[in-house]
Design a protein around this ligand. Structure first.
Ligand code: GTP
Ligand code: MG
Length: 403
């Protein structure tokens, strides 16, 4: 292992990237040294180069180099980091940090990152212990917390009467309360919807009021994988409904974005990006399409807008497809050698997951015994033999091989 670039100026430590392309390895040190002040760069005997530098700079730089970003931390680590950023309790922070520490690559280059994680973990453990001591037993804080199921959790957010419960009712078998008077929903009501064969959890919520939510609701919005901000295309207050959601999120340090890949700010006090879609409901009502045009024009809403009608069902499949795309996950099917593929329940993994990640997901022991795999679908030849580091794509069929 040769160090390529020595430690230069001290810099706030951020993120590791690694790449194996010799082309990149030759050029990156030369191009980035003046730009990034790399903290550390190493070449490993397997051809991997590891660089640690400030995340924001690295991102700006690496946009021209897909290969570089593609191997930036593991997708499992990124998921855990996302859970950490969205944690609404010290206990959730502890769980996410433990996972991040387990998943961070154990290289010399990541020693600083490991140390920082350990420091955060011990602070979070202390906070969790003191929160436990002071817990009054009311459980109020968790009143709206719903255990996640399926490929991702989508929490509905919006003013009264916009049709949140109607959307959940149209897509799931959950017993939701639908009424033409406001505040008909009082609790979080989960239900399972589908995009093709992928189960996705929808959670109906009580309405938000200007600048105010019931205790615990904000925690549910933070914990969501995707927020479905819902507005009513027939309402005079259409724009206000949208702005109320934005204001509430902003006042709690949350910034909705329709991007599958989240870029967290190094500064932990900055607003946390949250994946969100805008569901413009009641498309079946008179004048709804004109109102939608006006809404787009006047708000310049940067979120992905999906026009839907919970009543007629129009737009709901497109909305679920948009949610699936934003969840940034893939589905893969497992197959035993000599047996037909089991398509009844796909495995859901983050985009960028490898054969090894799939094995870990199924069972830790399986990952240890893994020798490689045969895969079908996507860009590979049917039945192609691949190694554990092969990156999976949506709808791959995988036959794991043990040593
Ligand atoms: N025309 C039309 N009416 C709808 C649609 N979706 C919901 N509604 C009606 O709007 C009213 C409110 O619907 P809900 O689903 O209860 O609204 P909500 O957002 O859950 O309301 P709260 O629980 O009070 O926040 C009901 O009368 C629904 O039948 C739609 O797509 N088209
Ligand atoms: Mg409701």
């Amino acid at each position: 292992m040769n160090r390529v670039a020595p430690l230069s100026r001290s810099n706030s430590m951020a993120r590791c990237v690694a790449w194996t392309s010799p082309w990149l390895s030759d050029r990156i040190p030369r191009i980035i040294s003046p730009l990034l002040s790399p903290r550390w760069m190493e070449r490993h005997s397997d051809g991997t180069t590891i660089l640690m530098a400030r995340a924001s700079l690295l991102h700006a730089y690496s946009t021209g180099y897909d290969a570089c970003m593609a191997v930036n931390q593991s997708p499992m680590y990124n998921k855990a980091e996302e859970r950490y950023r969205n944690a609404s309790s010290p206990a959730e922070k502890v769980a996410a940090l433990e996972e991040m520490l387990r998943l961070v690559p154990k290289h010399k280059a990541s020693e600083k990152l490991q140390a920082a994680l350990k420091q955060k973990l011990s602070a979070a453990r202390e906070a969790a212990a003191s929160a436990h001591k002071h817990k009054s037993g009311g459980g109020q804080h968790d009143a709206f917390s719903v255990p996640k199921q399926g490929a991702g959790q989508v929490v509905l957010m919006g003013a009264a009467n916009v049709g949140k419960s109607s959307i959940v009712g149209a897509l799931t078998s959950a017993k939701v309360e639908i009424a033409d008077y406001p505040f008909s929903t009082h609790a979080a009501v989960p239900g399972m919807a589908h995009h093709e064969d992928v189960p996705i959890q929808l959670v109906d919520m009580p309405p938000i009021m200007a600048g105010h939510v019931q205790p615990g609701m904000m925690g549910a919005f933070r914990a969501a994988d995707v927020l479905l901000i819902t507005v009513d295309l027939s309402a005079i207050e259409l724009i206000e409904q949208y702005e109320q959601c934005l204001t509430l999120l902003a006042s709690h340090g949350v910034r909705p974005v329709s991007e599958a890949i989240l870029e967290f700010d190094e500064d932990e006090s900055a607003a946390v990006p949250k994946r969100a879609i805008l569901a413009a409901n009641k498309l079946d009502t008179p004048g709804a399409r004109d109102n939608l045009d006006g809404f787009r024009e006047l708000t310049g809403c940067p979120l992905k807008i999906v026009p839907v009608s919970a009543t007629s069902g129009e737009g709901l499949p497109e909305m679920m497809a948009a949610v699936f795309e934003l969840l940034n996950v893939i589905r893969v099917y497992a197959k035993k050698p000599g047996k037909p593929v089991d398509k009844s329940s796909p495995f859901i993994l983050p985009v960028g997951a490898t054969i090894h990640d799939l094995a870990v997901h199924i069972h830790k022991d399986l990952a240890e015994k893994l020798s490689g795999a045969r895969i079908w679908g996507g860009t590979v030849h049917d039945g192609q033999l691949v190694t554990a580091t092969h990156v999976l794509t949506d709808k791959n069929v995988v036959e794991l091989h043990e040593k």
